[in-house]
Design a protein around this ligand. Structure first.
Ligand code: ADP
Ligand code: ASP
Ligand code: MG
Length: 927
């Protein structure tokens, strides 16, 4: 390789020279700046020279490249590092409570203004001594990784991207610093950038970057932010040193993309560092460290939290405060669950579980170092200093105001982009070593197993790995178990992609019965299928694997179930006619109270008529829905509407409210229920339609946790269906249901008295708006027959609408009249017959009533004009009242009677509304 030899020939000179020059520079500046091997590099030098960082005096050859960097593996840097042994212990390192550690995340130091703000916080902290760990300015680490990617893929634009990095820091420095401070920062920045340029060029030529090269490059963000911040703090007149933590933190790489701190060696180096830099305020780089061979490395993405925790342990500090951009640890990722609440306290175990399972507010390795010394971690929001934050400690105090709610499940976290691997076969049971065979194969391909589950039948072992690793895992298993697969002892190695993990975390879940029942219940109610489950015996965590597309809905559903957020229901209203619009107005008036007092958050995500619809992502402003429909209405499309209401947001529960009388809309209920959408309706068409369809619908409803409520189909808002259900479910036997089910016909017969003509009363009812536009629709009795069939089926009778004999009150010759007007004109010709009926009844001390009857004993139903004694409850009605009498085994002598207004928009909408609230309570709203 031509270029490697030319590299090595130039390197011995430049790196040596640089190292020597550098060691003399070291004592003149505070710290880390001494390690950059050459100050200007228009030529390319051997990359190893950058990586060799020796604060331990030695002479010799050091392998500069990691074990895995095969292309360079044979190259040794002839870097001769000769430093004199420094006199130990100029100032010994004080440890303990006098130290407080702060860590400021990238967003906290994202701009010059923010850096100033951080400096103020540091200066105002009245701890005796403080060490501040700082991340790179936000986005900078990503930019640095991007440089490597670009150079590695031989994309020239890495040069421009590097310029952008330079520019960002230069501008920030110019904002913050002046005079010598600015000049010396800029000079180091330029040196660094030149070195990076050379290194990236080498990566570009090689088309390859080793981990060590990458770590060296990406760590610069922290070097710059720490220097900037320390200069700003010094401007406040506070004596302060900055620490290049590559001089102090020594870590051993592991093969799982993690590093293990070497505390003893780090402590030794810290003591040495402190002996030369003994100020009471130290600004340290987060994220970066060195290997025992002094090769720069990192603590991996988001590792600055870990840096702070290691520092906390090394100093035995009083507290580690992690400053970030949220008020603390939330019960779930606030980007996914807008109702998530801040947890006041967490135990170390809980915090660890939360962070391990993807709550990226804290790096998962942060807990262990501080836990060893009982050092509390406090997470605080730099943008909201009044928020107390979350305290993570051994025994959280019990006085947080949400303690009751927090006590069982503290929070939820999710991990995406997983695949499940399922190894299955009858030959596994009782055979020792299968699990070890599986997991050693997985280990051999370097995959990280996130969760394991094996049922005690030992029939299958299933585990989750990152999706990008699943192919190699599956291949490794196929080849490892080839023989067993061929022989049929194992039936398959199955891969299920597109999975996510949802974890519930809480120390008190341990030994509390019912937590997992509640969790799974919430998932079932949101119609979410669970693919695998794991709960360790520590019981701090219950983990479920789900389809990725269900994950956020699942998170919302379980979160709200544990009362951490309101019971939120996404609603779609179909048919904003008289009843629909009355319902919307009722919802508008009541929504606030429901939210405040009952924790029920009803959000109308869409309203559709037959021509136009309006959709919203957050919920339609119900005080303006009529205007919105005019201004923003789009062409109605039922499929699109349903898709929007059910799928376009994070609300776990969806209900469609069908306020039409349309057969086509009703024909979709089955499909909606199957998708997990609840359905509420006053529309009688589905329940009185073909029997087989009705039975399928009810069977589906019984099997699933999806609800179908239709109280308003009979008697509007009167509790008729629910009364009947209550009787049946408590074991009563229904004998007969008889009632006046039509408000219109009730009105007509209640007023068909004395000398009045039947046609006159019908005209009056029509005038008052009690009838359908064509009164024949009421007088024909079909509507009553539909109600009879609904109650008959509810009582267990398998009847079709055609099985119900209906006595129509429309005289035979008028059934074919062309229009409603003609009908009304001709109706008086038939008054005589009806008048005679009434007279006969009156003579016998009776009245006429138009009723529906479900004769459960004889398994029949009918609709007819009947006569009732003057003292019968049916004879006592007024207005458009409905009355329904249930004769049952328990209510045999005296029927159970429900009576009240059974028609009209207000009461019908009220009936629908109460179904909606029933749904909310089924879904977990407090009752
Ligand atoms: P920093 O740069 O300060 O280290 P991070 O982006 O690493 O900040 O972590 C903070 C972010 O973590 C928050 O902005 C938040 O969006 C996200 N996060 C995810 N889960 C949670 C949770 N359960 N609680 C708080 N924040 C969370
Ligand atoms: N700057 C590093 C990163 O973005 C480390 C950190 O901020 O925690 O990953
Ligand atoms: Mg972070």
């Amino acid at each position: 390789m031509a270029f490697s030899s030319s590299f090595s020939s130039s390197c011995s000179v430049s790196s040596n020279a640089a190292t020597v020059a550098h060691s003399s520079k070291k004592n003149s500046c505070n710290s880390g700046c001494h390690h950059h091997p050459f100050s200007s590099s228009s030529h390319i030098s051997f990359p190893g020279a950058f990586l060799q960082r020796s604060s331990i005096p030695r002479i010799g050859c050091v392998p500069v490249l990691g074990r895995r960097q095969s292309s360079y593996a044979h190259i040794y840097s002839p870097v001769a590092v000769l430093l004199h042994e420094e006199p130990e212990g100029k100032t010994s390192l004080p440890k303990g409570n006098m130290w407080s550690i702060h860590k400021f995340g990238g967003t906290c130091v994202g701009t010059s203004e923010r850096i100033k703000n951080v400096a103020d916080i540091i200066v105002n902290d009245d701890s005796e001594r403080k060490l501040v760990v700082v991340s790179a300015m936000s986005k900078v680490t990503d930019m640095m990784y991007d440089l490597i990617d670009k150079a590695r893929s031989r994309d020239d634009s890495y040069i421009l991207a590097l310029d952008a990095v330079l520019e960002k820091h230069k501008l920030t420095a110019m904002d913050l610093l002046d005079g010598n401070d600015l000049a010396s920062f800029l000079s180091r920045l330029h040196d660094d950038i030149n070195n990076l340029k050379a290194m990236l060029r080498a990566i570009y030529i090689a088309g390859h970057a080793t981990d060590s090269f990458s770590d060296f490059v990406v760590g610069h963000g922290e070097l710059w932010s720490a220097q900037l911040l320390s200069s700003v703090v010094r401007k406040h007149g506070v004596e302060c040193n900055w620490m290049d933590t590559r001089d102090v933190l020594i870590v051993n790489p592991t093969n799982s993309n993690q590093v293990d701190p070497d505390f003893l060696e780090s402590e030794r180096r810290l003591e040495r560092w402190f002996s030369h830099n003994s100020s009471k305020t130290i600004i340290a780089t987060g994220f970066i460290a060195s290997t025992p061979q002094n090769i720069p490395t990192t603590l991996k993405r988001d590792g600055s939290d870990f840096s702070a925790a290691i520092m906390g342990a090394l100093f035995k500090a009083r507290q580690v405060t992690i400053w970030t951009d949220v008020d603390g640890v939330y019960s779930a990722d606030p980007r996914k669950v807008s109702e998530a609440v801040i947890l006041r306290t967490l135990s170390y175990q809980e915090a660890w579980e939360m962070s391990y399972f993807g709550a990226n507010v804290l790096h998962p390795r942060t807990i262990i170092p501080v836990m060893r010394y009982d050092i509390p971690i406090v997470i605080r929001n730099i943008f909201n200093l009044s928020a107390p934050g979350t305290k993570i400690c051994r025994l959280p105090d019990e006085n947080g105001d949400c303690q009751q709610l927090e006590s069982l499940v503290k929070g939820f976290a999710t991990i995406d982009n997983l695949a499940l691997v399922n190894v299955e076969g009858t030959g596994m049971a009782g055979v020792p070593g299968t699990a070890s065979g599986i997991f050693s194969a997985v280990k051999d391909v370097g995959a990280n197993v996130i969760m394991i589950s094996q049922a005690s039948s030992e029939h299958s072992v299933c585990f989750a790995v990152p999706e990008k690793e699943v192919n190699s895992v599956a291949e490794a298993l196929q080849s490892r178990f080839r023989q067993a697969l061929d022989a049929g002892r194992l039936s398959q190695v199955e891969v299920i992609r597109n999975c996510s993990i949802l974890a519930a975390v809480g120390q008190k879940m341990a030994s509390t019965p019912g937590v997992s029942a509640t969790l799974f219940n919430a998932l079932a109610k949101a119609n979410i299928n669970v693919r695998a489950i794991a709960q360790g015996c520590s019981e701090y965590n219950i983990t479920v694997v789900l389809k990725r597309e269900d994950c956020i809905r699942a998170l919302r559903a379980v979160h709200s179930r544990f009362y951490l957020s309101k019971t939120t229901i996404a609603m779609g209203i179909i048919g904003p006619g008289l009843i629909g619009s009355t319902l919307l107005d009722q919802l508008r008036d009541q929504a606030g109270i429901l939210k405040e007092e009952f924790n029920i958050d009803l959000r109308v995500m869409g309203i559709t008529g037959s021509r136009t619809m309006i959709l919203s992502d957050l919920g339609i402003d119900l005080s303006r829905w009529r205007e919105l429909q005019k201004e923003k209405g789009q062409m109605a499309d039922l499929d699109k509407f349903v898709q929007h209401v059910h799928g376009n947001h994070f609300i776990p529960n969806t209900v469609l409210v069908d306020c039409t009388a349309d057969t086509n809309v009703a024909s979709h209920y089955y499909e909606w229920l199957r998708k997990g959408i609840h359905v509420i309706t006053p529309n009688k068409k589905a329940n009185s339609g073909p029997l087989d369809k009705y039975l399928k619908l009810r069977a589906l409803q019984r099997q699933s946790y999806t609800h179908y409520f239709y109280e308003a189909t009979v008697g509007a808002g009167l509790p008729i269906i629910s009364t009947l259900r209550g009787l049946l479910e408590t074991g009563d036997k229904i004998l007969r249901i008889e009632g006046i089910f039509s408000g219109t016909l009730s009105y007509i017969f209640n007023n068909f008295i004395e000398k009045r003509a039947f046609s006159e009363v019908v005209a009056e009812a029509k005038q008052a708006g009690y009838t359908e536009p064509d009164p024949r629709d009421d007088l024909s009795g079909t509507d009553v027959a539909r109600k009879v069939i609904i109650l008959a089926r509810e009582s267990g009778l398998k009847l079709e609408l055609e099985d119900i004999p209906v006595q129509s009150l429309v005289p035979e010759p008028l059934r074919a009249s062309a229009s409603a007007e003609e009908f009304m004109q001709q109706l008086p010709q038939f008054d005589q017959q009806m008048a005679k009926n009434r007279q006969d009844a009156e003579a016998a001390g009776e009245v006429l009533r138009y009723v529906g009857v479900v004769d459960v004993v004889n398994r029949i139903g009918r609709v007819e004009l009947r006569r009732y004694k003057n003292d019968h409850p049916f004879a006592q009605l007024s207005g458009s009242d409905n009355i329904i009498a249930f004769t049952t085994s328990r209510y045999k002598e005296q029927p159970l009677i429900v009576r009240g207004p059974g028609a009209g928009a207000q009461v019908t909408a009220g009936g629908i509304f109460s179904d909606i609230l029933r749904l909310a309570s089924y879904l977990g709203a407090p009752s």
